[in-house]
Every structure is written in C-alpha cells, then in structure tokens.
Write a protein that binds this ligand. Structure first.
Ligand code: ATP
Ligand code: MN
Length: 482
C-alpha cells in the first residue's frame, strides 16, 4: 500500500501542492462530489473533491456513508468554507463498501444525531462517531499523561496480579476464578466445594485492587504505581460504577497523609492540564455537545461552567482539605438535610457518605474539589493508619463536581501491633495475610497511597454523565456484550 498520511497531519502542517494518499471512512458524501473523510486521528474530517465527470460511475456508487476508502490526490487550499485545505482526488479505491452492498440506510450510523443509549447498543461501531472518537482519544491522552507524570517523578510502574489469592478486601464483592466444572465441583467432608483441588490449589478471585501488592513493591522501590483493570461484583446500577474498571494506585514509602494528598492533587492537575493542552479539538466538540444538551434542562440543573473552564478552574484552584468530622457538621446543618431532600439523612457522626452528600459538599458548599480526611475507622479498610484519637484513620477521599468520590486513599498502618489488633477486630485472618504482614515485620516504614478510578477521571474531563460511555466495552450487571 502506498504510504498514507494521517488527516491530523494534513490539517496541522503545510502540504499544499503535494500529492498524498489518505485512507479512512466516509462520514458523508454530498452531490456526488464531496467526501468528508475521517481516519480517527482527529475529530476533523478531510474534504475530498471528486471529479465526477471523469470518475467511473461504478466506483461513485460504492462511496456511501461508512465505506472504507483509500484516495490519492493533490492537497490544495480549500475553495469552500469550513476547512482550510482539501484533497483533489486523482485515484479512488473503495476498500470496504457499506450501504452500497447492504442496501441504503442499513449502516447503523447514518449522519444524524443518535442517542447515547442507542450507541451503547452498538458499541462495536460507536468509535466511529464524533462523540466517542473524542472520548476515546481523550482517554488515550489521560492514560499517557498518567504514565508520563509518574515516570517523570521517578516512580516505578508495577504490574499487580489480576488473579488474586487474597480476599482481604471486600470478599463478597469478588468474581471467582475457577477451572472447575461448575455443575460438578469436588466436595470436601463438610459438603462444600473443595478448592484445594482447583487449578491454583485454593480459591481465587479477580482482583478488586492492586494496593496490597503495590505496598510490597513500595517497600523496596520507595515509589511505585500500578495501572490495571480491577473487578467488583457489586450489584450497582449507578452512572459511576462498573464491574470492570481501571485503577491507578501509587504507593509511596516515607510519606504521610499530607504527602499523599499533595501527590494526588498534583497528579490530577497535571493530567487535566495536559488534556487541555493536547485535546483542544475534542474538548471543543464535547463542550459544545454539552451546551446543546443542557439547553433543554432547567437552569438550576445546568453546570455552572462550560467544560474547558471547569477543567481550567480545577487546575488553578487549591482543593479544599476538610476533615470528615467537619464535613458531617456541615452536612447535618445544611438545608437539604434539614428539609429531608437527601435520600439518606445525615443524623450523626459515623455515617457513611453517599454520593449525594459528597456532591453537596463539592458543588454547593465549597464549590471546588474537596479532599475529605480522617474518616471513622469503622467505615474504612483495616490497613488505614489509626489516628491518635483511636476513632479515626488517616484516610483521604477526593471528591469532584458532578461525580463525588474520584480518589480513595490513606496513610497505611505501618505498626505491626496496631495492624494486628485492627485485623483481629475486623476478623481478618493473620495466617492468610502473613506475606503482607512481613512488610511490617521487616523494615517497616511510614507509607501512603491512593486509588484513582480511571473512568471517573475520564467522566470528569469529558463532561460525560454515564461511566458506561467512557470505557470501550462496559461491563455492568446484566451486560457483558462484545
Ligand atoms: P464508591 O464509594 O464510589 O463505590 P469505593 O469507596 O468503593 O467507591 P475504592 O475502593 O476506594 O472506592 O476505590 C478507589 C477508586 O476507584 C474510587 O475512588 C473510584 O474512583 C473508583 N471506583 C471504585 N469502585 C468503582 C466502580 N465500581 N466502577 C468504577 N470506578 C470505581
Ligand atoms: Mn464502592
């Protein structure tokens, strides 16, 4: 195949007068003369002008929306409005036909507005729309910026296992991994399935977090992060939960809760800024899409800022750092709580915060991202460091507008005796965790880390409302298509 030039380069650089080859998919074909060609390298299309008089009519017939084409010709300054350059076609090859074979209108992505729900049903094709093109190009840039951020700081990228033999974190919410014939599993004397005969010689699950393994590595490399898939078999039908999602989990030795908050805030700002710097066209498109969508909403439900302004605001503003105890005071006394507007009323200290409370704090009270710290020990995991008061732990959750919790982290309990006591209280068996406890036995040190939900961050930077629209093929209760 002749070397092709990507549309993004043709639009950005000066190719006027040059003969080039492009390849992509037909977005529209007007007057048998103008093709809008998209190759996914940018949201923009390249206009291709066909010399209709001299072109083979049989070829023209095959050029329909969705067809894959390869076209050579000369780049010229555009005569029309809406684009600066166009390509005058001299050679056209239809690589893959679309409606020309299937019949008019059969291609599921005709050039008109489709609902996000419909596009979710055809997730195998939705990459080819402007909206999903923009979302997944941004998703790429966010992932890249995260690696860049940590690499530049000297963090080591660590791969934590996907199949885990530990069930210390939320046993009920894990997907089992087994090689058994599930209709006929070998039974032990107690009549229960005997996992010692299974593939790994024990019961195993898909991981819910790479943190515990990241801690092991942090106590050797000082600064590490994981970035991988995690799985939760929780039956949540919210717009913020997936059964399979990606998590970024830095873990830092010789760091306390403040260092942890600083790192998380710096990272989020770095990533958001890099999206502003690198994804301008896609952000413009998504911003306008949101403005259109919000026109039909009542004014009080519209977001207070356009997308890019919101992102810039987040980069420029110090996140508010507030203790859980203070947040509960604010929530107890706020209007929606007193007027019974929350689904879950905040009655007293110790209550677990729901997304409605988190969003109130961020969107209505502080009007900026919030880091909540020092939660009651009873609503947090066993490994979080016990504070002096004996009631709270050194936890920190970062709350973002429109989403609620985006990061959950803590300083870890590095003191063996305190950790053991906590595990006993929570009925976590010591013998199953001996590998983890070894870090506290040999060369323990203060350390801290957090987990950032990758898709929640993508929700924020794209302004999308449903987490199912920011991962290529969402897995959620009742659905594992494609
Ligand atoms: P939530 O209260 O929102 O369910 P969590 O407390 O269960 O979150 P953690 O276990 O602390 O979350 O996980 C760390 C991060 O992973 C969260 O801050 C969030 O960004 C993300 N996350 C957690 N569960 C999911 C999920 N089911 N789908 C997508 N992202 C998730
Ligand atoms: Mn959860």
């Amino acid at each position: 195949m002749a070397k092709r030039t990507k549309v993004v380069k043709i639009i950005a650089d000066d190719y006027i007068g040059q003969e080039l080859t492009v390849a992509g998919w037909v977005r529209s074909f007007r007057q048998n003369r103008f093709i809008a060609l998209n190759d996914g390298s940018t949201i923009k299309t390249l206009q291709i002008v066909i010399d209709f008089e001299n072109e083979d009519p049989e070829v023209i017939k095959l050029i329909t929306v969705g067809a894959a084409v390869k076209i050579s010709g000369k780049i010229v300054a555009s005569q029309g409005r809406g684009q600066t350059v166009e390509l005058i076609a001299s050679e056209i090859k239809v690589l893959g036909v679309s409606d020309a074979e299937q019949g008019p209108g059969q291609y599921p992505l005709q050039p008109k507005k489709h609902s996000l729900e419909y596009l979710r049903e055809i997730a195998h094709l939705r990459f080819r729309t402007n909206t999903f093109g923009a979302i997944f190009r941004i998703r790429h840039h966010v992932a890249f910026a995260i690696h860049e951020f940590f690499h530049n700081k000297g963090f080591l990228y660590m791969h934590s296992p996907i199949i885990t033999g530990s069930d210390a974190e939320g046993a009920g919410e894990m997907f089992k991994v087994t090689n058994f014939d599930i209709d006929d599993t070998p039974k032990g004397e107690d009549g229960k399935t005997d996992f010692s005969q299974d593939f790994f010689g024990k019961a195993t699950n898909l991981t819910v977090s790479g943190q515990l393994e990241a801690e092991l590595a942090a106590l050797a490399f000082s600064e590490v992060y994981t970035f991988g898939p995690t799985f939760r078999a929780e039956n949540s039908h919210t717009s913020r939960h997936l059964a399979e999602f990606w998590m970024i989990e830095p873990e830092v030795a010789f760091a306390d809760l403040n260092d942890n908050m600083d790192l998380a805030e710096e990272m989020l700002k770095y990533v958001i800024k890099s999206v502003l710097d690198r994804c301008g066209d896609d952000l413009d498109f998504l911003e306008n899409r949101l403005i259109d969508e919000e026109k039909v909403k009542p004014t009080n439900e519209r977001s207070p800022m356009p997308l890019k302004e919101k992102l810039q605001f987040c980069v420029d503003t110090d996140f508010e750092r507030v203790t859980y105890t203070r947040a509960i005071d604010i929530l107890k006394n706020c209007k929606p709580n007193k007027k019974g507007k929350f689904q879950f009323k905040i009655e007293e200290w110790g209550a677990d915060l729901q997304s409605e409370h988190e969003r109130f704090l961020v969107e209505k009270h502080f009007k900026k991202p919030v880091i909540l710290t020092d939660y009651p020990k009873d609503i947090k995991a066993f490994y979080m460091r016990m504070n002096e008061d004996g009631n709270t732990v050194g936890a920190m959750d970062i709350l973002f507008p429109g989403i609620g919790e985006i990061v959950g982290g803590s300083q870890r309990e590095e003191r063996l005796d305190v950790l053991l006591a906590r595990m006993k209280e929570m009925d976590i068996h010591e013998d199953e965790m001996s590998w983890f406890l070894d870090t506290r036995r040999f060369g323990t040190c203060p350390h801290a880390g957090f987990g950032l939900g990758f898709e929640r961050l993508i929700l924020f930077v794209t302004g999308m409302a449903n987490i199912r629209d920011v991962i290529p093929f969402p897995r959620f209760p009742g659905s594992a298509e494609f």
